[in-house]
Design a protein around this ligand. Sequence first.
Ligand SMILES: [Zn+2]
Length: 279
Amino acid sequence: MTHYIFNKLFSLLFFVFLLPGCNNPAPKNQGDTRISKIDSLKQAGFEIIDLHAHLKGGLTMEQLLEHSQKTGIKYGVAANCGVGFPVQNDSDLNKYYNSVKDYPVYHGMQAEGREWVNAFSPDTIALFDYVFTDALTYFDNKGRRTRLWMKDEVFVEDADSFMNYYVNQIVEILNNEPVNIYVNPTFLPEIIREKYDELWTEERMRKVIDALKENNIALEINARYKIPSAEFIKKAKEFDVKFTLGTNNGANDLGYLEYSLQMIEECRLEPGDFWKPKK
Ligand SMILES: [Zn+2]
């Protein structure tokens, strides 16, 4: 009898507590919670600027500005510039600049691949408020052009040798390319991503952080890939590296910078820890 009652009670509880949860849509105020988080950080003196947005996948500047209005996030919008990208030379870059220059956003240039340094003139680059790059594209130790987000272009025979080579690439890029921000930082290809904490050793973190500091380059806290780790960010702060917030949207997915904002709190960042374009 006791057993029967227990079973009945259990089924009842199951229906009352569990089932409705399965059918419920996300709470209506979810967007508002994320917006109030942005509001409260702004009240605490932070400027919430997403400096890594792209007009791609059909996203228009008008839609971006609407999202900005709704969320309170300011934007920096960047053209993807380099071999195989929509903007490949000075004339493309000028045309792009003229098409966006009157909009109330920061104007950025995402330098893609390593060839960009010679593909655009300093005068045209200077039209932009800032320039950033990532270290996802390079030639590997066998001379193969590697893009770390493309599975079939990534060869990892030994994770440690891969990391040593990759960290040297990052440092080379930061030492040699005239950029303001290092974006998609510490990104790992899918095949070794689970070992992030193990592979980003103290020594490797320090090499990247030293290069950022020496070259006065800010470190993006990327919301899409949730990188770098809190540990990396805390260490960078220790060495007085400046930060930016960025999404790197693929299309109409600008979002609310959740990971980046969470890191502000978790790593106890302060308004003075952030970099923004002068213009
Ligand atoms: Zn990007």
